[in-house]
Ligand binder design. Structure first.
Ligand code: NCD
Length: 308
């Protein structure tokens, strides 16, 4: 199902296909501190045109744990791109060196473009404001580890739903399940784009846009918090209008469900108070930890198929 495939958006996959990743990730969890030789001799190229901590390092860790090797760059200024080399030429070259390419780019569609050029499979590690499929897989996996089922849950996504690709990919991912209700919680200036709302309507997802977390927090099983994507605002004045407009604190959690889990793709800035870390609802560090087994599962399935 997964062998040799590109991973460009979460919507390219079915629930069954995601389940295969999750089951493989359950297996990989056992090995997330050892070194296997499943991908011995394989090379992964990382092409990171935008900053990253977790995504890049967990991809790297995943490949090393599977016995493969890693090449690549995370700083454009040290590559020939700084001399004017095109994305197409960069990808062509990486394709000739490596067996799989993982790309992060500020321009939407960059990963698809790379996949059209490269013979090797391409994984989108976040491009522009819409797609970050492996993050969405990690998010869904974290929910699945904490609840028996994603179906039937009430989920709230808080924050920058306009520019946030982690938020958007998560919303797309959730739309593959029969959830009870989806709350899109944001200041009006950061609300979900029309194409995302249209997608939710098409899939028959019960969703509602609200401005205040406080109005819906009691109902939630999952609260997905995101930071304001300051770097993606075309106009700094627009950012100033929404800066600090929402914040989750221990105070916000007074009337929540006992089993509420709070997720955040990280990095956080000021939207999620550090005091929340000490509550049993905080699952964002667990979520970040799952970056390794989920990416191990993906790399294994894409590069080795079902062979162990
Ligand atoms: C996200 C990203 O880069 O889109 N980070 C991540 O991959 N965990 C979210 C963000 O930067 O806010």
């Amino acid at each position: 199902m997964w062998y040799n495939r590109d991973v460009i958006t979460i919507l390219d996959f079915s629930r069954e296909e995601l389940e295969e990743v999750f089951e493989t990730a359950d297996d990989m969890l056992k090995y997330s501190h050892s070194r296997l030789d499943i991908l011995k001799g394989k090379v992964m190229a990382l092409a990171f045109f935008e900053p990253s901590t977790r995504t890049r390092l967990s991809f790297e860790t995943a490949m090393i744990r599977l016995g493969g090797d890693v090449i690549g760059f995370s700083e454009v200024s040290t590559t020939s791109i700084a001399k004017g080399e095109t994305l197409a030429d960069t990808i062509r070259m990486l394709d000739s060196y490596a067996d799989i390419i993982v790309i992060r780019h500020s321009i939407e569609g960059a990963a698809k473009f790379a996949a059209e050029i490269a013979e090797s499979p391409v994984i989108n590690a976040g491009d522009g404001t819409r797609h970050h499929p492996t993050q969405a897989m990690i998010d869904l996996y974290t929910i699945r580890r904490n609840f028996e089922d994603i179906d039937g849950l009430t989920i709230g996504v808080l924050g920058d739903l306009k520019y946030g690709r982690a938020a958007t990919s998560f919303i797309y991912g959730v739309s593959l399940y029969n959830i009870k209700k989806l709350y899109l919680i944001s200041p009006p200036l950061l609300s979900t784009r029309k194409e995302v709302r249209d997608h939710l309507k098409l899939r028959g997802i019960a969703f509602e846009e609200v401005e205040r977390l406080d109005d819906v927090i009691e109902e939630l099983d999952v609260l997905y918090v995101t930071r304001i994507q300051r770097e993606r605002f075309p106009d700094p004045a627009e950012y100033e209008k929404v800066r600090g407009s929402y914040r989750v604190t221990p105070e916000s959690l007074k009337k929540v469900k006992r089993d509420l889990i709070i997720l955040h793709p990280l990095p956080r800035v000021d939207e999620l108070h550090h005091e929340v870390d000490r509550t049993k609802h905080a699952k964002y560090f667990e979520q970040a930890r799952y970056g390794v087994p989920v990416r191990m599962a993906l790399l294994k399935l894409i590069l080795a198929g079902d062979r162990v």
